[in-house]
Ligand binder design. Structure first.
Ligand code: HEC
Length: 104
């Protein structure tokens, strides 16, 4: 599961290359997919402002990246309420993934 992979990230330095499979998918699984996951479709209506988006899916997360990043880092309304808050380091990982061109 994702939570184990998160511990492989060194606490003080960002990895040189941030990838979907090593870093970002585990983050999504840790923080987001408990609510944003549908088995049967990638992203039912293509919207990025919708509860139905599948954040376990690379294409959806890349397509919706601006919305996700805004919700996490700017509006800070996701994860909501009592759910886990994303740490500063994990936000930095998300940003580094963007800067690296969404490596798989
Ligand atoms: C506890 C359940 C839950 C978790 C965990 C959660 N979300 Fe959400 N999210 C919702 C619900 C419900 C909505 C739709 C209602 C709303 O907009 O508030 C939503 C809406 C959104 C939206 C649409 C725009 C917005 O801000 O409302 C985005 C983008 C989003 N979530 C991203 C994320 C990301 C990224 C994570 C993980 C860091 C996450 N969510 C974790 C329940 C959750």
């Amino acid at each position: 599961m994702g939570s184990q992979e998160l511990t492989t990230v060194a606490p003080d330095t960002l990895p040189l290359t941030v990838t979907w499979s090593t870093h970002i998918q585990p983050l999504m699984q840790f923080y987001c997919t408990s609510c944003h996951f549908t088995n049967e479709t990638k992203n039912r209506n293509g919207d990025c402002d919708d509860h139905d988006m599948n954040l376990n899916d690379y294409d959806t997360v890349v397509n919706c990246y601006p919305d996700l990043y805004e919700s996490i880092a700017i509006k800070q309304d996701m994860p909501p309420g009592g759910a886990r808050r994303m740490t500063a380091r994990h936000k930095a990982l998300l940003k580094a993934w963007l800067d690296g061109g969404f490596a798989k």
